[in-house]
Design a protein around this ligand. Structure first.
Ligand SMILES: [Zn+2]
Length: 334
């Protein structure tokens, strides 16, 4: 059942406290930072933003209806490092007031209805475990069923190590429905904020029809030291910055936070959803052969099992059913 998003921007900052800008070192009141959309008025540094603030920034007033708010991570591996995974989850919930690192729902941007997913980096580094993957997959599936564009605002350190391989499966789970959106002519806009790394970047976040980034956001797969060690070379200045990725064609545009809503609104106008036709299955077949198509097949076979492991109720829309004949066709051809 849709639940109205319960968190307001006011609760996320202590109004009297100061914040120091890590770029230009100027000090500002949190209240002032709130007025400037958490952008440093001196140098333009974009501070990280919570989900409530992001919703206020991007969506029409009171238009957001959260979906699947009740999904919570279990602890399928009984994982324990310095402390149990369940303790880490509890601490993150207390700190952020969120149940998980991502939230999804239906909202409206300048009159355009969209399915939107948002990350909060403060919740265990915005890491993607089974629940975050499930929420995003459902976000994309809702976009497909309702034929509305999908948007995800990412801020994540990558896959959640406490869930081991199950968190890596989320790469396939979030990628699979995107191939169906693509086939159905429904746009997906990916917004990369600081930082977007690891398995999140290596899956849905880099698959937007349009990929936007906030200024100077850190965007990359492995950390700079690991990447440098792997290739055995010094990395260039600004490696893994939004600006460098724009220069190399990975990002379509860098959009300052103050212009993000109008940019999304314009893109939604320019990228209309294709008219519905009875071509979903056929289009899906055409995509069955690429590497993404293979991932899609894996996700469809394992998705239910994974979700049951962590106690999630999985509703599969009828649009998923064509997967079986597609698998058979592939086997026959071999
Ligand atoms: Zn600054």
């Amino acid at each position: 059942m849709p639940i109205k998003f319960p968190f307001s921007r006011r609760r996320e900052v202590t109004p009297e406290a100061w914040t120091k800008c890590p770029t230009c070192e100027s000090q500002m009141f949190n209240r002032q930072l709130e007025r400037t959309l958490r952008v440093c008025p001196t140098c333009g540094h974009h501070f990280r933003m919570g989900i409530g603030e992001r919703i206020e920034l991007l969506l029409d007033d009171a238009s957001f209806e959260e979906r699947d708010a009740g999904l919570e991570s279990g602890d399928p591996l009984g994982f324990h490092d310095q402390k149990p995974y369940t303790d880490r989850l509890d601490a993150a919930r207390t700190k952020t007031g969120l149940r998980e690192a991502a939230v999804w729902g239906i909202g409206v941007i300048d009159g355009h209805r969209v399915a939107i997913g948002l990350f909060d980096f403060r919740f265990m580094g915005g890491s993607m475990g089974s629940v975050v993957g499930e929420k995003l997959a459902r976000c994309f599936e809702a976009a497909l069923v309702e034929r509305i564009p999908a948007i995800v605002v990412s801020a994540s350190g990558g896959a959640r190590m406490q869930e081991g391989t199950l968190s890596l499966l989320q790469l396939a789970k979030t990628t699979a429905p995107l191939t169906r959106l693509d086939a159905a002519g429904i746009p997906f806009i990916s917004v990369l904020t600081d930082p977007t790394t690891g398995g999140v970047l290596a899956s849905f976040a880099s698959l937007g029809d349009i990929i936007l980034a906030e200024p100077r956001a850190l965007i990359g797969f492995a950390g700079a030291r690991v990447a440098s060690g792997t290739v055995g070379e010094e990395l260039p200045e600004g490696f893994q910055s939004a600006e460098s990725l724009l220069e190399h064609g990975f990002v379509d545009a860098i959009v300052p936070r103050s212009e993000l809503r109008t940019t999304l609104s314009r893109l939604l106008r320019l990228l209309p959803v294709a008219p519905a036709e009875d071509g979903l299955q056929t289009a899906g077949e055409a995509h069955g052969w690429g590497p993404i198509g293979v991932l899609s097949g894996i996700a469809e076979r394992l998705g239910t099992a994974v979700s049951e492991t962590i106690g999630i109720e999985v509703e599969r829309p009828p649009a998923d059913e064509p997967a079986a004949p597609r698998e058979r066709t592939r086997e026959d051809d071999r």
